[in-house]
Design a protein around this ligand. Structure first.
Ligand SMILES: Cc1ncc(COP(=O)(O)O)c(C=O)c1O
Length: 369
């Protein structure tokens, strides 16, 4: 009798597990975690209160997250019937790819995109295809140029992770207009709350009027509820129907639903998160640019992190190690072809000042001044 065990499907065996942002140094020390784009302000007090309210853990949560969908619909002017909630937006991205792509199909995204995207394609036996970037960011022309007969899903994270770039409404519309109607365009707006007031890429309007657009959002970033795992998506009824068939039956916990609903009611917290993020991101970008003579460069970002490029004597690895020595975990993404850069989540003012000082000391130590 063989003891080899069951053979996984070859396309599943080829997947590596998603690599989350580190929270510890290589020698096991706890670090300040600026590697997962979490909110340094925490979450709304209302959401905290909702989380600590008594509820019966013996009962399943509302399987349809009805109150939460109504709250989201009221805030964004969307019919709740066209909303589905997920265990983070990650679950919904996975369901959407699973519904529309399979063996031999292609799932297309821009070269530097959320590192989960290729895994989602591999999970269903589809081929991940990366379109060339334009100045690290996505380009509608480049994505359209990479579409083939086998393309089934296009994923656009807007703002983008890990670059922080953003495509305006006119470009997203042009991208959509250039796609065949049998291709699903997913506009992943995980960082949309960080855009300036009144700025948006038109994803909701496209999702409201098109049969082939899905927009995803999350409570993990500006709402500060990453631990609760709540996300949502909106699109045409037929697309939402597919996601409802594929998602877990009780996929959002009772606490998560209550916390997200309370968080929606506290838009002041979201505004404050947006404003403080912008202020600290701008200040940090300036501090990085001031090290331009040492080869450091800040890539303009619309999100809650800054991609910092190291083109001088101080390498990204050495900078990452220096920051870990100073108590900070940031994201180095050589696996994504960004070995010369670090993605640094925007933390508090003190943390960003400290990080800028560590980078300056590390760069100066190498150049001897
Ligand atoms: C672009 C993008 N989309 C989606 C997600 C998934 O977030 P969650 O599953 O917590 O909603 C992330 C998380 O980092 C992200 O960066």
């Amino acid at each position: 009798m063989s003891d080899r065990g069951p053979a996984p499907k070859p396309w599943i065996e080829a997947i590596h597990a998603y690599v989350p942002g580190a929270a510890k140094s290589v020698d096991g020390r706890e670090l300040v975690k600026l590697s997962a784009n979490e909110n340094p302000l925490g979450c709304s007090l209302g959401a905290l209160a909702a989380l600590s309210a008594p509820r019966d853990p013996a009962r399943y949560p509302d399987p349809d997250a009805r109150d939460l969908r109504e709250g989201i619909g009221a805030l964004h002017g969307i019919d709740p019937a066209r909303i589905v909630c997920g265990t983070g937006s990650g679950e919904l991205l996975q369901c959407a790819v699973q519904a529309y792509a399979g063996q031999g199909d292609e799932v297309l995204f821009s070269r530097y995109s959320f590192s989960l995207y290729p895994l989602l394609a591999h999970k269903v036996g589809a081929v991940p295809v990366a379109a060339p970037d334009r100045n690290l960011g996505a380009s509608a022309d480049s994505l359209l140029g990479a579409v083939t007969d086998r393309t089934r899903v296009v994923l656009l994270d807007n703002p983008n992770n890990p670059v922080g770039s953003w495509l305006p409404r006119s470009e997203v519309e042009r991208l959509h207009a250039g796609l065949r109607s049998d291709i699903l365009l997913i506009v992943d707006q995980a960082y949309a709350e960080y855009l300036s007031d009144g700025v948006d890429d038109g994803g909701f309007e496209l999702a409201a009027r098109s049969a082939n657009v899905l927009v995803t959002r999350t409570f993990s970033k500006a709402y500060g509820l990453a631990a609760e795992r709540v996300g949502w998506a909106t699109g045409a009824p037929a697309v939402i129907d597919m996601l409802n068939r594929l998602r877990g039956p009780f996929n959002v916990s009772s606490g998560g639903q209550a916390a997200a609903l309370a968080a929606l009611a506290d838009q002041d917290f979201v505004s404050r998160s947006r404003q403080e993020n912008r202020r600290e991101r701008d200040r940090f970008a300036e501090a990085v640019e001031a090290l331009g003579n040492h080869g450091l460069r800040a890539v303009p970002s619309e999100a809650n992190f800054l991609l910092t490029v190291f083109e001088g004597e101080l390498s990204a690895e050495a900078a990452r190690d220096g920051l870990a020595g100073g108590g900070y975990a940031v994201r180095h993404l050589p696996g994504q072809g960004l070995g010369q850069a670090l993605r640094i989540t925007i933390g508090t003012r003190e943390q960003m000042d400290d990080i800028a000082a560590i980078l300056r000391r590390s760069a100066e130590a190498l150049s001897g001044n």
